[in-house]
Design a protein around this ligand. Structure first.
Ligand code: AMP
Length: 114
C-alpha cells in the first residue's frame, strides 16, 4: 500500500533491523524500544489492524503468534515472561496502520497499561 512505512520496510525500500522474515511474516526491532526486547511482528500483506482481520486470515494470525513465541525463545524471555500488545485504532494507541504485534520483554511489566 502507498505511504505505509511497514509495507516499505517489508519491500526493503527503507532500512530496519530484521529479526526474522519469510514470505508471509516479518519481525523487526522497534526503532523506539520500550523494553530491552521490543520486536514488532507483522504480515507482509497490508492489513490495517485487528479490526480488519477476516476468518480467512486466521492462519496468518496464528502464524504471527507462533513467530512471536519463537522470537521470545530466541531472545531468552520465554521463561521469565513477556507481553504481546496489539494497539488497534486511534483510541487503542495505534500509530502505524499496518497490523503488528509488539513483543515486549526483558523487564517487569506493569498493569494497568497507560
Ligand atoms: P503502534 O503505535 O502500536 O502502531 O506501534 C508502531 C510502532 O512502530 C511504534 O512502537 C514505533 O516506535 C514503531 N516504528 C515506527 N517506525 C518504525 C521503523 N521505521 N522501524 C521500526 N519501528 C518503527
Amino acid at each position: 500500500m502507498n505511504d505505509c512505512i511497514f509495507c516499505a520496510i517489508a519491500a526493503h525500500e527503507i532500512p530496519a533491523t530484521f529479526v526474522r522474515e519469510d514470505d508471509e511474516v516479518l519481525a523487526i526491532r522497534d526503532v523506539n524500544p520500550q523494553a530491552p526486547v521490543h520486536v514488532l511482528i507483522l504480515p507482509r500483506e497490508h492489513i490495517e489492524s485487528v479490526a480488519e482481520l477476516t476468518p480467512s486470515q486466521d492462519g496468518l494470525w496464528g502464524r504471527m503468534l507462533h513467530v512471536a513465541q519463537a522470537i521470545a525463545e530466541d531472545e531468552g524471555i520465554d521463561e521469565t515472561g513477556f507481553r504481546l500488545v496489539v494497539n488497534t485504532g486511534k483510541a487503542g494507541g495505534q500509530t502505524v496502520d499496518h497490523l503488528h504485534i509488539h513483543l515486549l520483554g526483558g523487564r517487569q511489566m506493569t498493569w494497568p497499561p497507560g
